[in-house]
Design a binder for this molecule. Sequence first.
Ligand SMILES: [Fe+2]
Length: 261
Amino acid sequence: MHKFDFKSIEADIVERGWAILKGVYDMALIEDIRADIERQIPVYERIQKEEGVFEESQNAYHHSIVGCPAQMKLIDPNPIHGFLEHYFDGRYILNAMGTTCILPNQPVYTQKIHRDSRSYSDGSRLILNTLIMLDDSTEDNGATWMLEGSHKGGSRPSDEEFYAKSIRACGQTGDVLLFDGNIWHSSGANKTDKPRRIITPLYSKPFVKQSLDYPRAFGMDFANKISPELKQIIGYNALTPTCIQEFYKPRDKRFYKSDQG
Ligand SMILES: [Fe+2]
């Protein structure tokens, strides 16, 4: 079990806007995940083509936690669960979790300067993004550009300013980046001849709406087969009732549990 120094990770996120955790996942699991992604890519491409979003979604596999079953092992058990409860000062959920494959000399939509949180929420810790490296991340293969301190406010920097002042968040396979949902960042370009693959579990307070309804996607019976921790992370304790009868449930059966903030 990893022992993380919560205080120093938290201080990095608060001050710089990001932190890195070394050696969180082992190679056997990473290889399992890589193979699973390869198997699922044709399914994603078919759906993206059917929906007419293939070009704009190229090399991005949104909500791969639903499409790539092996990825559940990355969050169950969640090696950073303790830190996340510390950071959010209580319960949190998985808001989104997708895979991006940055291929040599190919574009991906994350290569633009952006914030993951569209609504700026200075200091309120609504969203924390994490980035699991399935390959080493280097300046040559597209390591994330981070504008340190930009989570504290300010409008979008110009391209010139952003690339002049940003640092590269490099790391090795199995490392995890954590960054404030308000920081301005961008994927880099891959100038090598190998892919750079990442998975980005984005966590939030339970009252922030998930960008895909995971409890519905996995189904309500799925909650009976999983650990209490995973049930919480997927969002089964933060459901919205759909009728008055569902709303009037005794405390222990409530759709949105009282400890979800
Ligand atoms: Fe992002």
